[in-house]
Design a protein around this ligand. Structure first.
Ligand SMILES: NC(=O)c1ccc[n+]([C@@H]2O[C@H](COP(=O)([O-])OP(=O)(O)OC[C@H]3O[C@@H](n4cnc5c(N)ncnc54)[C@H](OP(=O)(O)O)[C@@H]3O)[C@@H](O)[C@H]2O)c1
Length: 205
C-alpha cells in the first residue's frame, strides 16, 4: 500500500519503519526537507519530500504531528484514509488533561470527505519500533475507531501487516474514548504506575 506520512519525528520513524519492513511503499514528508530525508533514510522508506508530497502519495496518510497542527494539514485529503495518532493532552495541576476542542472528530471536521480513523495513539513510540510488538508471546492489540468501512479495511491491513491485532471499537464518535484512555495511561506511566496491570479480563479470574 502507498502510505504518506506527514511528520518526521518519533512516530513517523517508528510506524514508517514498521510499514516499510512490512513491504509498504512509504513516503515521509516534513516541513524541513533535510529532516524528511534523514528520517526516511533511517528507516529505509521508499521516499521523502514535502508535506504536500506525502499527502499526495498516500492511499493512506498518517498525521504524525502535534494534535494542534493536524487539522491545519488535513485539507485536500478527500477520499483517502487519514490516520490520526495524535494525543491532545496537556499537563495540569490535576494530571494530564485532554485539550478541549481537539481530537479526531475536530480533525474530521477540518478534512471534508477524508476517511478519518483514530489509531496508534495508545502506545508509546518505543512500542511501535518492536518487530513485531509482542508481549508474553501475545501480539499487541491495536484499537481503532472510524465511520468508514473503506478506512476500516485499510487500517486492518496496516495493523495486521506489522504483526498486531486490529480491534474495531466503533465509529469516530467513540474516538474520544481512545483519546481519554491515552491521557489516563500516560498519566499513570508518568507517575510510576502500570496501566497494563489495571485492566485484567474477567476471564482471567
Ligand atoms: N511520542 C509518542 O510516544 C507518541 C505515542 C502516540 C501518539 N503520539 C502522537 O503522535 C504525534 C507525533 O508525535 P511524535 O512523538 O512523533 O512527535 P515529534 O517527534 O515531536 O515529531 C513531531 C513532528 O511534527 C512536525 N511539526 C511540528 N509542528 C509542525 C507544523 N506547525 N507544521 C508541520 N509540521 C510540524 C515536526 O516537524 P519539525 O521537526 O520540523 O518541528 C516533527 O516532524 C503527536 O500528535 C503525538 O501526540 C506520540
Amino acid at each position: 500500500m502507498k502510505i504518506g506520512i506527514l511528520g518526521t519525528g518519533g512516530m513517523a520513524a517508528a510506524l514508517g519503519g514498521a510499514w516499510t519492513t512490512a513491504g509498504h511503499d512509504v513516503l515521509i514528508g516534513g516541513r524541513d526537507p533535510r529532516k524528511a530525508k534523514l528520517t526516511a533514510e533511517s528507516v529505509g522508506a521508499a521516499g521523502h519530500g514535502s508535506l504536500d508530497d506525502a499527502a499526495r502519495h498516500g492511499d493512506a496518510v498518517l498525521l504524525a504531528v502535534p494534535a494542534t497542527v493536524a487539522p491545519q494539514l488535513a485539507g485536500g485529503l478527500a477520499g483517502r484514509t487519514v490516520i490520526d495518532c495524535t494525543n491532545a493532552i496537556s499537563p495540569t495541576g490535576d494530571g494530564l488533561m485532554l485539550d478541549p476542542g481537539s481530537g479526531a472528530r475536530q480533525l474530521a471536521a477540518a478534512a471534508p470527505g477524508a476517511h478519518v480513523v483514530k489509531a496508534f495513539n495508545l502506545c508509546h513510540v518505543s512500542i511501535w519500533t518492536l518487530r513485531p510488538p509482542m508481549f508474553e508471546n501475545v501480539p499487541l492489540t491495536v484499537p481503532y475507531c472510524t465511520d468508514h468501512p473503506a478506512a476500516a479495511a485499510v487500517i486492518e491491513t496496516l495493523i495486521s501487516s506489522i504483526g498486531c491485532v486490529p480491534a474495531a471499537c466503533g465509529g469516530l464518535a467513540r474516538a474520544g474514548y481512545l483519546e481519554a484512555t491515552a491521557a489516563l495511561a500516560i498519566g499513570m506511566w508518568w507517575s510510576g504506575g502500570q496501566p497494563r496491570a489495571a485492566f485484567p479480563s474477567p476471564a482471567e479470574v
